[in-house]
Design a protein around this ligand. Structure first.
Ligand SMILES: Nc1ncnc2c1ncn2[C@@H]1O[C@H](COP(=O)(O)OP(=O)(O)OP(=O)(O)O)[C@@H](O)[C@H]1O
Ligand SMILES: [Mg+2]
Length: 477
């Protein structure tokens, strides 16, 4: 914007100078100059508007095309591209999308050519008229030859700077349309975020309460992800969130962590509404192993230490966190220990298995030492032994006074929670200690029984038992 702005000022200065000269030479010349340049102004502005509109209409298409292009060469997609033969499918779609995008470019080019032609014809006629006027004045003796020569130079300079002015104003205009979009996004983002520099949260709150919280993801008009949820999270305890897929568990902890603000209702820490609290101080209290936690393409050490970047890296704390997450064996097996780069796309990079990554993710959250630990499906990728270990550690954390908000589908692990909230389709349907919920025979008891059955019921026979062949005993002698 600054660059285009200075160019506009430059062009205006030289235009004013040329116009001044023309005005001194003859009063009829200035309007002629303007008539000569108006068409190019019109065509440039029309084309800019069209380009902007086309950009908006096609931006999703262009992004999808680029996405397909990168999916074709992405290592994570490679196994399915090979085994499921997805490559040809992606390529076909990429080609079809490129063709429609090309057709749109051709349409714009045709329109631009037509507009340009009209503008050029108009300019041509105006130029002829200008020089004819000049010739007429010269022949009629109303203008001296030297003055006419000066006028020609001034007209050429003037029309050149007017052209430049139009081009630059046009670029400025196009840029301003996009800056306007950006401005709208900033405003919307600011409306949705918990503000910075708000109230302080209580030092040692007793509980966090969700009061009639309703939340809908931006742009989703259908059923809200959370509907009128009222529940309490007592601090210093293990609180488990249970419910079927899509019931709103992850959404609830994202609201708790201040990643979103409720559409209706409040989240209060004792008596401070989180929406009015300082966003940074709220985040300060929270450590999170998200369901889709980030696998940073850095070394193992940095992957853990990223839990808290506000303080210098502390080796001792690093070792403790790794032990707490049961990730010592993961680190010990790495070729360069904690200094191993966990990014296969760099030379010397190493890749971890899903469960190994999960342990590093837990170590990262432990390293953060937040007072509220949110773990969303922390054991989904862990083997049976590791799962037990992790839950024992989570229990130990709660015993030491840390609050744990645990989301898991492994209901056997939920038995150790102090309080369980059961969600169903975005609504809270049951709350209470696990034993009471089991006894009351609600959704929790039903899900629990379904899981327990898998271990106790013998599998149903699918095929008739194979006939037993007796191996004849070898004859003696
Ligand atoms: N980023 C998002 N944008 C739009 N809708 C979303 C988003 N994340 C989740 N949803 C929707 O919100 C609802 C609740 O999702 P949520 O992730 O909270 O469920 P969940 O209980 O954690 O499920 P799961 O057990 O599968 O992890 C779902 O219907 C889902 O489609
Ligand atoms: Mg989830």
């Amino acid at each position: 914007m600054i660059m285009y702005g200075t160019r506009v000022i430059n062009a205006m200065v030289s235009l004013v100078a040329a116009a001044g000269v023309l005005n001194v030479l003859h009063a009829a010349l200035l309007p002629l100059l303007v008539t000569m340049t108006l068409p190019s102004a019109w065509s440039a502005l029309t084309m800019a508007r069209r380009r902007y509109e086309s950009f908006h209409a096609w931006v999703q298409h262009a992004r999808a095309g680029r996405l397909l292009g990168s999916l074709l060469i992405e290592p994570e997609a490679a196994p399915e591209i090979r085994v499921h033969g997805v490559g040809g499918f992606l390529l076909r779609h990429f080609r079809a999308m490129s063709e429609t995008a090309e057709a749109e470019q051709a349409r714009l080019a045709r329109l631009a050519a037509r507009t340009g032609l009209i503008a050029a014809a108009w300019t041509g006629v105006a130029t002829v008229a200008t020089y004819a006027t000049l010739g007429g004045l010269l022949l009629a003796g109303a203008m001296a030859l030297s003055v006419a020569g000066t006028a020609v130079i001034a007209i050429r300079t003037g029309s050149q700077s007017l052209d430049t002015l139009v081009v630059e104003v046009n670029a400025l205009h196009e840029e301003a349309l996009f800056v306007g979009d950006l401005q709208r996004l900033y405003t919307e983002a600011a409306q949705r975020a918990i503000p910075v520099g708000g109230r302080a949260l209580p030092e040692n709150p007793r509980e966090i309460r969700f009061e009639n919280v309703t939340f809908r993801y931006p742009g989703e008009s259908a059923r809200p992800a959370l509907a009128d949820v009222t529940l309490t999270l007592p601090l210093g305890r293990i609180v488990a969130l249970v419910g079927e897929n899509g019931s709103g568990k992850t959404t609830l902890v994202k609201l708790l962590a201040g990643l979103y603000t409720p559409e209706r209702g409040r989240i209060v820490w004792d008596d401070v509404d989180a929406a009015t609290a300082d966003r940074h101080r709220l985040a300060e209290r929270i450590a999170m192993v998200a369901q889709d936690f980030k696998r940073w393409p850095f070394t193992a050490r940095v992957n853990v230490a990223l839990g808290r970047t506000s303080a210098p890296l502390c080796e001792e704390r690093l070792a403790t966190s790794i032990a707490e997450a049961g990730a010592q064996t993961v680190v010990a097996d790495l070729p360069r220990g904690l200094d191993t780069l966990l990014a296969r796309n760099f030379s010397g990079g190493h890749e971890l298995s899903g469960g190994q990554w999960q342990r590093l993710g837990i170590a990262r959250a432990a390293y953060r030492r937040g007072s509220i630990l949110i773990v969303d499906e922390p054991t989904a990728a862990l083997d049976a032994r590791a799962e037990l270990e992790v839950f024992e550690r989570i229990r130990a954390l709660a015993d030491s006074g840390q609050t744990v908000v645990l989301i898991t589908h492994r209901l056997a692990s939920v038995r150790h929670a102090d309080l369980v909230h059961v969600l169903d389709q975005g609504r809270l349907v049951e709350s209470g200690p696990p034993d009471e919920l089991l006894a009351s025979g609600g959704l929790y008891a039903e899900l629990y029984a379904l899981q327990a059955e898998q271990f106790t019921k013998p599998p149903a026979p699918v095929t008739p038992p194979a006939p037993v062949h007796r191996v004849p005993a070898p004859k003696a002698g």
